[in-house]
Write a protein that binds this ligand. Sequence first.
Ligand code: GLY
Length: 570
Amino acid sequence: MRIRVLGLTGIGLVLSLFISCHRPPAGARVQGTIGRQGMVVSTHPLASDVGLAILQQGGNAADAAVATFFALAVVFPEAGNLGGGGFAVYRWQNGQIGSLDFREKAPARASRDMYLDAKGEPIKNLSLRGHLAAGVPGAVDGMVELHQKLGRLPWQQVVQPAIDLARQGHVLTEIAANNFNRSRADFEAANLSPIYLVRADRAWQKGDTVRHLDLARTLERVRDQGRAGFYEGPTADLIEQEMQAGKGLITKADLAAYRSAWRAPLTGTYRKKYRVISMPPPSSGGVALLQLLQGAEAYPISKWGHNHSQTVHTMIELERRVYADRATHLGDPDFYKVPLAMLLDPAYNRGRNANISPVAKTPSQQIKEGRVDRIESTETTHFSVADREGNAISLTTTLNGYYGCKVMVRGGGFFLNNEMDDFSVKPGSPNQFGLVGGEANAIVSHKRMLSSMTPTIVEKNGKLHLVVGTPGGSTIITGVYQVVLNVLDHGMTLQEAVNARRFHHQWLPDNVLVERGALPDSVRQRLTALGHQLIEVGNLCKVDAILVRPDGSFEGAADHTRSDGKAAGW
Ligand code: GLY
């Protein structure tokens, strides 16, 4: 979809009347991959292909999701992982829904002020780099749980493709080679001995083959022993040794104690015919998405048009309020009483949004006070799966930053997360995404850190319609929000919805990140006149999604313009 400027007679409200939304004729619509029997959309072609092959072998969406997950741990170590965690939301063909929380936990020895200096200030990078930044990984337990509850094929069969990729090696894309090279200094600083992803001879290049032999052996233990292959025995020994050598906190007792949690997903309706199913706390994603959609429902978004100045202004104002709520009210529900009923109460959200003005932004101090720096790395990864029976899984997983804390477990071949930075290390002090928090998200032993991951499924008139999610740290929520509105309100094909340039506001810092090319000059000028501070950025987040079309076929849309992603369908 393009924005067409029909005419300009000056700035001010009147300008927006001259900006209309233009939809290309049907024949010219950009579409993703179409499949009738199943679809896997992930950020790496090899991982999507592994998931598709599992579907073709008779596996269901859960089998394909587990296989894709482990394949990403090999071919996309930036965020695919064994040493991290994540969330999955599923909707089964019979209408059953559920969500799995395999988010990392604070180690037993973690404590509230562990990242503060003697003056009570955060010590730079301590929660981000090195051994102390790692939470207890949930990934392998999560995959075992997912497979036991919903899978059909033997466990060994769904883990094996990742082992094959790790042993035989895979060819690096340009993005992958650049990512290794860019992280070289971090790898050298964080690890106690050289890791194989730092080449002694030269930089990595597109087309190089990389093999992951230690990782293959870890995966073989997971294949053969399931949960025990990671949380006990040699893998647990290797993690504890790594932690002891680098003064990290995770022990074998922490690993043995880790358990994923099945949680009731959050649901809400949008414009009556849609039901949105998303991740509950300790993700902030589902709550925030449902709040944003409640807000959007009150406005003629579709009539205004995609990225019309009034649409963008309204969405920004809603985002600012929702992220302010996030900072105060959200944390791990096992440790903090999250006021979910209040946050999802339409009357509460109506009241909260009542002071949105069409002619000016609301001053931030009137929303809530705070102070932050800037957003840094936003790596995580998401994939969407649907099978021919109509079962679907939306799964987002992360190490937090690229390669997590950059520490690779020696002998284990996998990176550990730096998810401890997602806690509020000090009330009001921003994390790497510029997000602030307070008591609700303070560090406590065994507690899960708040997340923005928003794996989401949308039903239309009671049937599976959209499977969506994205990486991107704090920009995840607004990325999912925009793709959902692009499809539901703006009538885009899924590929158009994913390709469309995005913007993001998270209350603090008080500015709008706008992808290059997202907004025409006229809209930028109008938003500036309304009081918004726009900051142009490259890519915000990489959505990988599936849409069920009216004829029952799947449209898989990978975020080609922002990643190596691939929609693999049949
Ligand atoms: N580590 C990013 C998130 O969970 O939101």
